[in-house]
Design a binder for this molecule. Structure first.
Ligand code: NI
Length: 387
């Protein structure tokens, strides 16, 4: 069965919802208006239960099938935008300066709403479908906040599925893999303390700029010399702050950055070596380095059986040649990882066509992907819990 006809008919309306969300982006947990819109629609569709305020501003809709069943399937969309100024010039561009939907969460939310409406109208399944709309995917761990509020146990969710659009992957194509598909995303902060002084008398100072530069260099030896070449890891220093003028050696310097990995032993190794290298290089120069390594998002690990199931649904929607089940993992992070730690499930990518990249100010979710994403959600429920 290709894209569901009825869903194709309704895609224009779902695109209108998406464009409305696009004009009013909200950040992190402050997705109050978006959550209100989502909850209002879920109630209007006739969800059996609509619960707000889970994980502060998350929304959950419960849809029972026409027949009873023990299975409960969770499907998750994210609602938050990014702190960027949009440059698309589109008629429905962001009306909020400094905020835009640059990751397509407007599209994710609209597609899951479209699926919720269809499921409420048809209820052609035996069991319970749970639609999950989370806040704060972009660095706020909104998924974890919803889990901490009892998301899985409260609604008795047995399996959970997620989807993200992928620029560069053609419209109508899906990509996924078993096991790790997105990286653990950790943050590091290195405070360097030396001895400030006159720039012309460096022998009386401990130069934190030089120490910082050598730490940046030395950290690059971790991925190239410590990590197994057959494993995947990234260490990027993205901020280096020191000093205010040209004739003073600064007393302190600050480095910040990110570390990514796909497996727990590699993650442990990165943390250990980043601390050792930064502290060691600082000590070598008579400075001190205070390293904070914070574990943010875990690895997104797809359950094997759930991934096979997700792939079978994707094939049904778009045809075998359009589904890549061995897509390489990406080193970006995604807080759906927390949900997959709690329950088995699968996170898949859906083509966004030839668009600007995620988090770019010219990015826009491609509305022609809507029928594929919405059909995927509907068929996932109907196939997992046949009536
Ligand atoms: Ni995203």
């Amino acid at each position: 069965m290709p894209v569901l006809n009825r869903i194709a008919d309704q895609a224009g309306e779902v695109a209108e919802w998406r464009r409305h969300l696009h004009q009013y982006p909200e950040l992190l947990y402050e997705v109050h208006e978006t959550a209100k819109t989502v909850a209002g629609k879920l109630k209007a569709f006739g969800c059996d239960e609509v619960v707000t305020g889970i994980g502060r501003t998350g929304v959950v809709g419960v849809i029972k099938g026409s027949k009873p069943g023990n299975k409960v399937i969770g499907m998750r969309a994210d609602m938050d935008a990014l702190p960027l100024d949009e440059i698309t010039g589109l008629p429905y561009a962001s009306k909020v300066p400094g905020k835009m939907h640059a990751c397509g969460h407007d599209g994710h939310t609209a597609m899951l709403l479209g699926a919720a409406r269809h499921l409420c109208e048809t209820r052609n399944f035996a069991g319970t479908a749970i639609v999950i709309f989370q806040p704060a995917e972009e660095g706020g761990a909104g998924a974890k906040a919803m889990l901490d509020d009892g998301l899985m146990t409260r609604f008795n969710i047995g399996e959970v599925y997620g989807m993200h659009n992928m620029p560069g992957l053609p419209i109508g194509k899906f990509a996924m893999r078993q096991g790790p598909i997105m990286a653990a995303a950790d943050r590091l902060t290195i405070e360097i303390e030396g001895v400030g002084g006159h720039a012309a008398r460096p022998h009386f100072a401990v130069d934190t700029v030089l120490v910082g530069a050598q730490i940046v260099n030395a950290l690059q030896s971790i991925v190239s010399r410590n990590v197994d070449p057959l494993e995947s890891a990234v260490v990027s220093i993205t901020l280096f702050q020191a000093g205010h003028t040209d004739n003073v050696i600064p007393q302190t310097a600050l480095l910040r950055g990110t570390a990514r990995s796909l497996r727990a032993p590699v993650r442990d190794l990165l943390e250990k070596r980043i601390v050792e290298v930064a502290e060691g290089v600082a000590r070598l120069h008579g400075a001190k380095a205070n390293v904070k390594y914070s574990r943010d998002y875990p690895v997104v690990v797809n359950d094997e059986r759930a991934t096979d199931f997700a792939a079978s649904i994707a094939r049904e929607i778009t045809g075998e040649p359009n589904v890549d089940t061995r897509t390489p993992p990406v080193m970006g992070g995604e807080d759906f990882a927390f949900m997959l730690e709690a329950r088995p499930g699968a996170f898949i990518f859906m083509g966004n066509g030839d668009s600007a990249n995620l988090h770019h100010p010219a990015y826009d979710f491609n509305d022609s992907a809507i029928p594929y994403g919405t059909s995927y959600w509907v068929r996932l429920v109907e196939s997992a819990m046949p009536a």
